[in-house]
Structure formats: structure tokens, C-alpha cells
Design a protein. Structure first.
Length: 132
């Protein structure tokens, strides 16, 4: 009987966490709404604001902070990010949205690391926030 009572208490305690808004990028041209699960956030050192053009010339794994707009989703967790200097691919894991719903009209701040391969560069986003 104690095990059943304990299981019930645990189930009731976890219900609010499961009911929270999942957030994500809302592309108005997408055929259906996206439901992305977001939890927690990232706290790291604060890098100076960087432009996309500057970010493309940085070393692999260097920390950056960009401000601009997410234009569209291009694949699983891949997005096109634009600022005044150009565009770059942003890799945003589902858990980084933290319940935020973002559209191309919203100005956002991305914080993360440069991820360079042989012929491409992208931002591995660790934190995303809407700028009011």
C-alpha cells in the first residue's frame, strides 16, 4: 500500500512539468505547427556581440553572441539565422527553446560556439532569447 501511495505522489508531482509549454520556432510557411520540448537554460560567460560575417572568420569552438532573426527551419534542429552582415546556419537543439515560441519577426540573441567543418560553419546554439 505504501508503494502505491508513493507512486501516486511522484506521478502528481511530475504532472506540472509535463504540462508546460514546449516552445520552438514558428515558421508561418510551415505546413503544421511545431511542438518542441524545451527545458532549462545555459549560463556561460558573456561574449561580446559578434556579427555573422565576423563569426564565419572565427576559430572552431570559439564562443559567440549574435543578434538578428531566425528566418526559417532547414532541417532537424537546423535554422537559417540572419543579421545585417549575412546568414549562417544555427544548430538549435530542441531543449534550448525553453518554452519560447519564436517567429521570423522576433529579434533574438543566440549564444553558442562556432562549429567548423571542412567546408561549412554553423553556430551550435547553447542559449536563445527574444530581445524586446
Amino acid at each position: 500500500m505504501k508503494k502505491i501511495a508513493l507512486a501516486s505522489v511522484i506521478a502528481l508531482a511530475t504532472l506540472p512539468a509535463l504540462a508546460q509549454n514546449s516552445g520552438g520556432f514558428n515558421d508561418p510557411s510551415a505546413p503544421h505547427a511545431q511542438n518542441l520540448q524545451g527545458k532549462g537554460g545555459f549560463s556561460g560567460d558573456n561574449a561580446a556581440l559578434t556579427s555573422v560575417k565576423e563569426a564565419k572568420n572565427l576559430k572552431d569552438d570559439q564562443w559567440v553572441r549574435l543578434e538578428g532573426h531566425i528566418e526559417k527551419r532547414t532541417g532537424d534542429e537546423k535554422y537559417i539565422f540572419r543579421d545585417a552582415s549575412g546568414t549562417i546556419t544555427a544548430d538549435i537543439d530542441d531543449d534550448r527553446w525553453k518554452g519560447q515560441n519564436i517567429t521570423p519577426k522576433d529579434k533574438v540573441r543566440l549564444e553558442g560556439e562556432i562549429d567548423k567543418d571542412w567546408n561549412s560553419e554553423e553556430i551550435d546554439v547553447k542559449r536563445i532569447s527574444v530581445i524586446n
